[in-house]
Design a protein around this ligand. Sequence first.
Ligand code: FMN
Length: 180
Amino acid sequence: MKTALTLSGSIRQGSYNRVLQQHMGRALTQAGVAVTEIDLGDFPMPIFNEDLEAENVPEAAVRLAEMWRSHDIVFIASPEYNGGASPLIINTITWLSRQKPSPFRHAVFGIGGVSSGKYGTIWGLSHLRESLTKVGTLVVPTLLGIGPAEGAFDANGDPTEPAIIRKVEQMVTELTSFSR
Ligand SMILES: Cc1cc2nc3c(=O)[nH]c(=O)nc-3n(C[C@H](O)[C@H](O)[C@H](O)COP(=O)(O)O)c2cc1C
């Protein structure tokens, strides 16, 4: 059985990206994948500073890197902040990029995002894809950008737009059939 780890680049209460994380978790479970859902709030890491590395690699970075290495699939839902990925996601990737062996070269990654704007995180996802690819990650091609957030999900946390439902199915197919 394949395994997946899901996370959200927003840890605020009521986060739409958390809703997307949970929806993708259910979609992967239905496809026969064993899903572990994590909250980055449980993986505290200070803002990256090389001076901290010598003596003080956060235990959360070591723990999360091992989780990325030991799952077949990683799904990241990230909000868009000022046209880029969220600072929480970038800080997490930065710390993990310093862990050995690389946590980016085992799992197949899917990325998605929800934003209040109508462009639905397309710039944030481009930024995230670029950064992940630069450190050797295989990111599946589906662009799962959702916006505006309001009305994008029903009361069960499932997408309301047929086009988004199709994209989720497409991403699940890619995540479960690509391997490295
Ligand atoms: C600092 C900041 C920058 C933002 N920049 C963008 C942006 O570039 N594009 C966009 O569509 N929404 C932007 N937003 C709005 C977010 O899309 C919105 O707050 C979204 O709900 C955040 O995701 P969350 O609900 O998962 O926390 C920004 C919000 C904040 C706080």
